[in-house]
Design a protein around this ligand. Structure first.
Ligand SMILES: *Cc1c(COP(=O)(O)O)cnc(C)c1O
Length: 219
């Protein structure tokens, strides 16, 4: 077993156990393998295991690393998990299948315009600034409903809500709050949970977890 397949299997096992503890179906939770700052040589062993869902933070970096890989593996789903500038919307629509950080109307408009032009619409998560932190992306909690409605009215299919809880605080209450916002606005998908906290996120309803370091380094 390679390091990649061993780590991937261990994460999947922990994900499945967390889902079962919460009385959920493990198949309802998708693992996005986050490959930002990782080289093509580090990514290829993960692809070789059969894993097909990957996440990157920056458009330029994703383009340079993934163009050749995507040409060879047409069934890979690439997720954009980082903050996105509106002027990168066209490139993002071409490259990504899912966008996790729609946090303002201007970005939504840029993505919708690009989707029409490219005749390809990625699914979109609305990112909520769940800890109300000035340095973080995400819309204000109070603006969640309006942004969700705007996505629903657009050409971008709504995938759900996404958050990154404040560092150094217990993430559970923030995951629970995002799940409550999703219920309030009748949204199904929840992108929440990273290497340090994906089990808690799954127990609180995550349908997508974004795991990077735990897939590449032993704890
Ligand atoms: C880097 C990153 C992750 C993965 O973080 P790890 O702690 O390495 O698992 C998840 N989500 C976002 C938005 C990130 O930028």
């Amino acid at each position: 077993m390679t390091d990649a397949s061993r780590r991937l299997a261990a994460i999947r096992e922990r994900m499945d156990a967390a889902a079962k503890r919460a009385g959920r179906d493990p198949d309802d939770v998708t693992l996005v393998a986050v490959t930002k700052n990782r080289t093509v040589e580090e990514i290829e062993p993960l692809i070789a295991t059969g894993h097909r869902t990957f996440g990157e933070s920056r458009v330029q970096e994703a383009q340079s690393k993934w163009s050749a890989l995507l040409a060879r593996h047409t069934d890979i789903q690439l997720h954009c998990i980082g903050r996105l500038q509106s002027n990168k919307a066209a490139e993002a629509v071409r490259l990504f299948d899912v966008i996790h950080a729609i946090d303002r109307l201007s970005l939504l408009d840029a993505l919708a315009t690009a989707a029409t032009k490219e005749e390809k619409a990625p699914d979109g998560f609305v990112q909520v600034n769940i800890g109300d932190e000035p340095q973080k992306g995400g819309c204000a909690i109070a603006d969640t409903g309006a942004l969700v409605e705007a996505v629903r009215a657009s050409t971008i299919p709504l995938a759900g809500l996404m958050c990154i809880p404040p560092a150094d605080l217990q993430p559970g209450p923030y995951f629970a709050l995002l799940a409550e916002l999703a219920r309030r606005h009748d949204v199904n998908g929840l992108s929440m949970g990273m290497s340090a906290d994906f089990e808690a996120a799954i127990m609180l309803g995550a349908t997508v977890v974004r795991v990077g370091s735990a897939l590449f380094e032993d704890a």
